[in-house]
Design a protein around this ligand. Structure first.
Ligand code: UDP
Ligand code: MG
Length: 319
């Protein structure tokens, strides 16, 4: 049994990429939340909020610097360049894990309901190591985003991945979970897939997803699709199995067709056909290309992994 910590040190980790429009409000809300929890003696007074500047080109870092100088609760980590949400989050988690009993990751745009943070901490005190925040409904998302996400989680489920549906990196992880996470060295980082792999006791809390407080989404369609694709290919070899299955089906079809061709020869029913020659050629060519493409995707991933490049580079740290 893990000893229960009555007043744990909680760190809230929030990656920011060009978030000057929301940051002041987010900082205020999260700082007040920590202050309130400290005052009610629910968490340690060493608890903190840290903003990770993911290579922003606007005033994001200036705001973080200023807020960090005003309050001892607020910290800042500046990455040397833009490495994307997942890597920025990882940077925050790994850098600040030694300073906290548990870390909570949350987006900087206030789309996730901060009121469930208290419940997350309660669960943690009951001995839960991972508390997932899960969106109840996607009423504020566009029709496209809602349905593409549904399709994504349907595919993920079909592939027997243990990913939590409708969970988007809003979660509490205990110190030992993040320690385990630091042993995962993959470059194609997809935290939603890795955290369930780690194990430990988990629980889910549902909340309503809100509108972005201000600013624009940093995930245009292109980034979203590549993120989903990464999620699928990093955690499952289902696409490869699909190719095998496809190859098998085509083999059976060809068998039946050759049987028919044989019979046609015996019955003298043969017509020198152009279609029957050219069509399978195109068909098989397409299938082969498709298969090679999928294999290539995986080789591309192997390529990225074997390089073992650092996933983020810290430029500056304010505590
Ligand atoms: N973000 C980041 N690096 C990036 C893109 C996004 O750190 O390259 C952060 C962003 O500042 C926000 C979070 O990731 O805090 C989620 O981004 P966003 O709200 O734009 O995504 P959406 O909610 O639209 O999927
Ligand atoms: Mg958002």
């Amino acid at each position: 049994m893990k000893p229960v910590i009555l007043k744990p040190i909680i760190g809230i980790v929030s990656p920011c990429y060009n978030e000057e429009q929301v940051l002041e409000e987010t900082e205020k809300q999260l700082r007040n939340l920590i202050l309130d929890l400290v005052e009610r003696e629910l968490v340690s007074d060493k608890s903190f909020v840290v903003f990770i500047d993911d290579g922003s080109s606007d005033a994001t870092w200036t705001i973080i610097e200023q807020k960090a100088s005003e309050s001892s609760i607020v910290k800042g980590l500046k990455l040397a360049g833009n490495v994307g949400h997942q890597n920025a989050l990882l940077a925050g988690l790994l850098t600040y894990n030694p300073d906290a009993d548990a870390l909570i990751s949350i987006d900087a745009d206030l789309q996730d309901d901060v009121r469930i943070i208290e419940t997350m901490i309660q669960k943690y005190k009951l001995g839960i190591d991972v508390v997932y925040g899960v969106r109840k409904e996607r009423t504020t998302d566009t029709f496209f985003k809602k349905n593409s996400a549904l399709l994504f989680y349907f595919l993920i489920k079909k592939m027997k991945s243990n990913m939590i549906p409708n969970h988007a990196d809003y979660r509490l992880c205990s110190n030992r979970v993040i320690k385990a996470l630091s042993d995962f060295n993959e470059v194609n980082l997809f935290l939603r897939g890795i955290i369930p792999l780690i194990g430990f006791k988990k629980e889910v809390i549902y909340y309503d997803r809100l509108e972005r407080f201000a600013g624009k989404s940093k995930f245009p369609l292109r980034k979203m699709l590549s993120f989903a694709w990464n999620g699928i290919t990093s955690f499952s070899n289902f696409p490869l199995k699909l190719v095998t299955a496809l190859g098998f089906i085509i083999f059976i079809v060809c068998l039946i067709m050759s049987g028919y061709a044989f019979m046609a020869v015996f019955t003298g029913d043969t017509v020198p056909g152009w279609l029957s020659t050219v069509l399978p050629m195109y068909f098989l060519g397409g299938i082969q290309l498709f298969s090679i493409g999928i294999i290539g995707e995986y080789i591309g991933k192997i390529y990225a992994e074997v390089k073992q490049r650092p996933r983020y580079i810290v430029e500056e740290r304010i505590d």
